[in-house]
Design a binder for this molecule. Structure first.
Ligand code: ZN
Length: 112
């Protein structure tokens, strides 16, 4: 995946983003969200509907956890870790001067 930023050392635009924290954050968030969703659903008895309720709660928790973890991971990648690497000279760098973490979804006022 090529990033639109140029390497600060050689100015090449062949730059990749590793996104390690983003991937890890998404994974951890998914697991934590699944557990939270299962705990919160309070499955009682062994009927099919309570099983379905538990599964839906787990899925919702996983989705929310993945989103939150990905956003946190993105902030770490962009501001703390040397997330970007130049394919030409191998230089690793971060972009602390970049705009704050972009939301995953367009803002409501941008949808029209
Ligand atoms: Zn470079």
């Amino acid at each position: 995946m090529f990033h639109e930023n140029n390497c600060p050392r050689c100015n090449s635009n062949a730059v990749v983003a590793h996104n390690y924290a983003r991937k890890l954050g998404g994974l951890v968030g998914t697991i934590a969200g699944t557990i939270t969703g299962l705990k919160g659903s309070r499955v009682s008895g062994d009927s099919l509907s309570s099983l379905a309720t538990g599964l839906i709660a787990a899925l919702l928790g996983a989705t929310a956890g993945c989103s939150a973890g990905t956003i946190l991971g993105s902030a770490l990648d962009d501001n703390v870790l040397n997330n970007f690497q130049c394919l030409r000279c191998g230089h690793r760098f971060s972009h602390p001067h970049m705009a704050p973490v972009q939301p995953a979804l367009p803002e409501p006022w941008e949808q029209n």
